[in-house]
Ligand binder design. Structure first.
Ligand code: NAD
Ligand code: FES
Length: 280
């Protein structure tokens, strides 16, 4: 079973794990993900491969504790094992040598956009980055992004670090300053990706977003991750996770995510009660 080699807290409830997975580390390309299970009864959790170290035979996964499964995962420690790690899954990011890309990461979405930025840079491309969060403590991967992007603009909603404001305000500023991009890649909460698309659509700048619906099998069979792109039905696990943001039916994606919210809250309440109960 894959072993956890290292664990580091990046922000409150956000952990970076390095996990032993030599075959995946060797094969994975930017934009791909894995589906993990911590135990036989556990939910399948799709997670972007945030980085890979082929020398160590390890992949990095960045996990935000948002529900029962991710909180349980974040309690694991180096030396613990994970039941299974399946991947790499999904289509790799389309990267052309020398392309000019603006990578926009909103909150935990920065964990998804970082490997794309690093991949563009490795292909002799030019990367500008905007990394935003509500407040300073929630900014992740600032050092890593700054190593592959120029400029690397940090924004916080409250102004506690970097520029005060939303990532879209920094994006508008870059366009106003005359920056030109072949593509903008935006990853973060749905309203943020939609807002980035609203900035780029009138300018005619291609915009890629990464979707993270509920996934079950990860093979295109169960239909759990179905989305509508340009009027056509697609499955995020096999056709994505990246799609042309100007073609995404965001309202449908949001509605499908909302459908599971009550079940997730109930599972989380039960889990909290289990943790609080005295051990016998
Ligand atoms: P958040 O809500 O704190 O937002 C992070 C930043 O995004 C903000 O600081 C702001 O700059 C920008 N932003 C948010 N809403 C915006 C809007 N309406 N207009 C312009 N900019 C906006 O982010 P969080 O709490 O880290 O995000 C959690 C969400 O991200 C969850 O809903 C989760 O499902 C989603 N998520 C998405 C992916 C993905 O692959 N798309 C991956 C991980 C998490
Ligand atoms: Fe089942 Fe995508 S997770 S079709």
């Amino acid at each position: 079973m894959p072993r956890i080699l290292a664990k580091e807290t990046l922000a409150p409830d956000v952990v970076r794990f390095w996990i032993e997975a030599p075959a995946i580390a060797k094969k994975r390309r930017p934009g791909q993900f894995v589906i993990i299970r911590t135990d036989e009864t556990g939910e399948r959790i799709p997670l972007t491969i945030a980085d890979a170290d082929t020398a160590r035979g390890a992949i990095a996964l960045i996990v935000q504790g948002v529900g029962k499964s991710t909180h349980k995962l974040n309690r694991l420690e180096p030396g613990d094992t994970i039941l299974d790690v399946a991947g790499p899954l999904g289509q790799p990011t389309h990267i052309e040598p020398g392309m000019r890309v603006c990578c926009v990461g909103g909150g935990i979405g920065t964990a998804v956009v970082y490997p794309i930025a690093a991949g563009v840079r490795a292909a002799a491309g030019r990367v500008a980055a905007i990394v935003g969060a509500r407040t300073k403590d929630l900014i992740i991967l600032e050092r890593e992004m700054a190593a592959v992007a120029e400029p690397c603009i940090i924004t916080t909603d409250d102004g506690s670090h970097g520029r005060k404001g939303l990532v879209t305000e920094a994006l508008r500023m870059l366009f106003a300053e005359g920056y030109e991009f072949d593509e903008v890649v935006a990853v973060g909460p749905l309203p943020m990706m939609q807002a980035v698309c609203a900035v780029t659509r009138p300018l005619g700048v291609k915009t890629i977003v990464s979707l993270n619906p509920i996934m079950v099998d990860g093979t295109g069979m169960c239909g759990g991750c179905r989305v509508t792109i340009g009027g056509e039905q697609k499955f995020v696990c096999v056709d994505g996770p990246e799609f042309d943001g100007h073609q995404v039916d965001f309202a449908e994606v949001a509605a499908r995510l909302r459908a599971y919210r009550e079940d997730e809250a109930t599972a989380m309440d039960r889990y909290r009660a289990e943790l609080a109960a005295p051990q016998r």
